[in-house]
Design a protein around this ligand. Structure first.
Ligand SMILES: [Zn+2]
Length: 365
């Protein structure tokens, strides 16, 4: 099992922007070694997008926005691909064999997907869901970098704007980069229309405004240069965001799931789940004959556990509740008061069963 496969830069302000960087890292999980490559190869473009991490951090920090940055090399698994893309794990890169990938079997492929790919995309989705829950329509900015030449051809563009079906941010950004005097590729050096890539998964499919910015690597070769270059793009991005206007969810005509449906589904799901929780709590409040110790013995949880779970979920949202405050929400009164009113003397059998099932120090119920 490898470590968390991404880095999160938390948001400092309430902004719609969310920065993602699929090719930020060139690390490899412990146990993967160097994938059989010369270590020096892992510092080259085949392993990651040089300068992209620093550029992403600089922009996200400048906006006070959240960022999700990949930790591991694209050679381990390419996060900017669909799960069924044949290049998800590259067997060859720049014409060279990646030894540990060349003979990858299904088990190893599934492991990389499970341990690295899915957690990364779940982290992005979680941030998007978080913004939507605050009634903010997220705007996704993906940051990449490209080599100055490819197969002997030099690439003239200093930056590229990659997009697929959603022109809302791409068009004004293209115009703004060009107005700034940058040689700007429109879906160059790559097409933004790769089905299943990160912007498709989180932008196109969910109807959220998004754009992918490519930077030429000679302009972002050192961390300092990357930060400075990224910040030099900010005025253009500011202008493009302004030109786009307030972000809105767009119903996709081609995707299988439209954001409107999906957002409503998620919100509705949350409401239904909350209604079930309230009913459970109401039920427990009315059934004062049901004793916590019997719940514990039978099912391994009780009113106190529910209160503690509530408290833990609140902490996840940055809300700190006192233990009895949270438990009181479940009891419908102060826990001590409930105990006084409704808690019966436990039978010796119940006490013995509880003691046998609960080792000391696991917390009080
Ligand atoms: Zn990239």
């Amino acid at each position: 099992m490898c470590d968390v496969p991404y880095t999160i830069l938390p948001a400092r302000t309430k902004t719609a922007l969310l920065f993602v960087c699929d090719h930020a890292g060139n690390a490899l999980p412990e146990g993967a070694g160097t994938l059989g490559l010369e270590p020096a190869r892992l510092r080259e473009h085949i392993a990651y997008d040089i300068g992209a991490r620093e550029a992403t951090l600089a922009l996200a920090e400048a906006y006070g926005a959240a960022g999700v940055l990949a930790r591991y090399s694209r050679l381990y698994i390419d996060l900017n691909r669909s799960e069924d893309d044949p290049t998800l794990v590259m067997r060859l890169s720049d014409g060279r064999i990646i030894p540990a990938n060349a003979a990858i079997d299904d088990v190893e492929m599934e492991r990389r997907i499970r341990e690295v790919y899915r957690p990364y995309h779940a982290a992005i989705a979680e941030r998007i869901d978080g913004l939507i829950a605050q009634a903010v329509v997220p705007v996704l900015i993906s940051v990449h970098s490209f080599t100055p030449s490819w197969k002997g051809q030099s690439r003239p563009w200093q930056v590229g704007v990659l997009w697929d079906k959603d022109e809302r941010l791409a068009r004004p950004l293209l115009a703004a980069f060009r107005a700034q005097g940058l040689v700007t590729g429109d879906n160059e050096p790559y097409s933004g229309a790769l089905h299943g890539d990160t912007m498709w998964q989180h932008g196109t499919r969910r109807g959220l405004p998004h754009v992918l910015i490519e930077m030429r690597q000679d302009l972002v070769a050192s961390p300092e240069a990357a930060r400075a270059f990224a910040l030099s793009l900010k005025p253009a991005l500011d202008g493009a965001l302004k030109a786009m206007g307030p972000p809105q969810v767009r119903c996709s005509t081609s995707g299988p799931v439209t954001q409107e449906v999906k957002t409503m589904d998620q919100a509705t799901t949350n409401e239904i789940e909350a209604a079930v929780f309230r009913r459970l709590v109401a039920h427990l409040q009315s059934r004062t004959d049901v004793q916590n110790i019997d719940l514990m013995n039978l099912a391994g949880f009780c009113r106190n556990c529910l209160g503690d779970w509530y408290r833990e979920a609140a902490v996840q949202k940055g809300i700190v509740l006192a233990k009895d405050e949270a438990r009181g929400l479940v009891y419908g009164m102060d826990p001590a008061e409930w105990k006084r009113r409704h808690q019966k003397e436990a039978s010796p059998e119940a006490v013995a069963k509880f003691a046998a099932a609960n080792t000391p120090g696991e917390g009080s119920h």
